[in-house]
Write a protein that binds this ligand. Structure first.
Ligand code: GLU
Length: 308
């Protein structure tokens, strides 16, 4: 007898959720976790969790464990072991050494004020300077060829949720910091190195990161890796227009409200969960979400979120 044909696609899919433990999960980060989880599972894929704990001054003690407990409490089970970026400094340094040897990374002595005077887009002025390496300095990635016409620096990509995108690396990004002057490895370095190391094929995340996608795609190429597909889900914003974030002290979501949180998350993502599902168990809500998951129903860059 022929085996039943699955309606799920059989493309290889490894997705991930990559929180920074600067505070507990809030509704916006739960939405991202939920969307990336359902998108992976609806493709019979794996869903990994990576803790982006690269910036100790901004981290809150206990937040990483709290986030994991909260994911579990919402039935969002991950595959494999959680990776912690704080354990991976050697890998980042090896990548940096390689980029320096290939003349793609260079030391930069510019300050925040210097950057502000360039309008916030770094213009590459330290590329050809002799920087005093005994003084604090950062390391930057060359994102474009100075001799080329700026139009050569345009990156085009198709976002799985937001559609067709174009970003100019010279005029909209500028050379990126890979290692900060305080010695910490930068998000832009670690995120791509780890997405490659973990074989990530699909990145579903918040639309606050849509703007940095072009530079990350360039970086995947530079490191000789295939580019993953990206999809950016809407941000939850407060009535004053500010996004919900740990820095804005957004209210932590509570495990005892897990069903309600998941139902609201599905609604936020345009999936139209039926009203009578709201009181169901987390597993029932996630099963419904998986069965009816439609990425094309997600719309917009941000939605108002009311706490009540
Ligand atoms: N760690 C980042 C954050 O919490 C997300 C990184 C990513 O998904 O690429 O904002």
């Amino acid at each position: 007898m022929p085996s039943p044909i699955s309606s799920r696609t059989a493309i290889p899919y490894i997705g991930r959720f990559a929180p920074s433990p600067s505070g507990p999960l809030h509704f916006g980060s739960l939405v991202t976790a939920l969307a990336s989880h359902l998108d992976a599972k609806a493709s019979n894929g794996q869903w990994l969790v990576r803790m982006e704990d690269l910036d100790p001054p901004r981290e809150q003690p206990g937040a990483a464990d709290d986030i994991l407990r909260c994911l579990e409490g919402h039935g969002l089970d991950w595959d494999g072991e959680v990776i912690y970026q704080s354990n991976r400094h050697d890998t980042y340094q090896n990548c940096l050494n390689d980029l320096i040897a290939r003349d793609w990374a260079y030391p930069c002595s510019c300050s925040r004020q210097d950057l502000a005077s360039m309008g916030g887009i770094y213009d590459g002025r330290c590329r050809h300077k002799q920087v005093d390496l005994s003084k604090p300095h950062s390391l930057r990635l060359k994102l474009y060829d100075i001799d080329d016409h700026p139009s050569a620096d345009e990156i085009h990509f198709h976002d799985l949720i937001q559609g067709s995108q174009a970003q100019n690396l010279r005029t909209q990004a500028g050379d990126q910091i890979l290692k900060r002057r305080d010695g910490f490895y930068a998000y832009q370095l670690a995120v791509v190195v780890d997405d490659i190391a973990q074989g990530i094929t699909h990145i579903i995340r918040g639309s606050d990161l849509l703007d940095v996608t072009g530079r990350q795609l360039f970086f995947f190429n530079l490191l000789g890796s295939q580019q993953p597909a990206f999809g950016h889900v809407p941000l939850a914003v407060q009535a004053n227009g500010q996004k919900l974030s740990k820095q804005n002290h957004a209210r932590a979501i509570e495990i005892k409200e897990a069903s309600r949180n998941l139902w609201r998350g599905l609604e936020f993502l345009g999936q139209n969960p039926p009203a009578d599902l709201a009181g169901a168990s987390t597993n029932e809500i996630l099963d419904w979400g998986l069965h009816y998951w439609r990425r094309d129903k997600i719309r917009g860059l941000s939605h108002l979120y009311r706490e009540d």
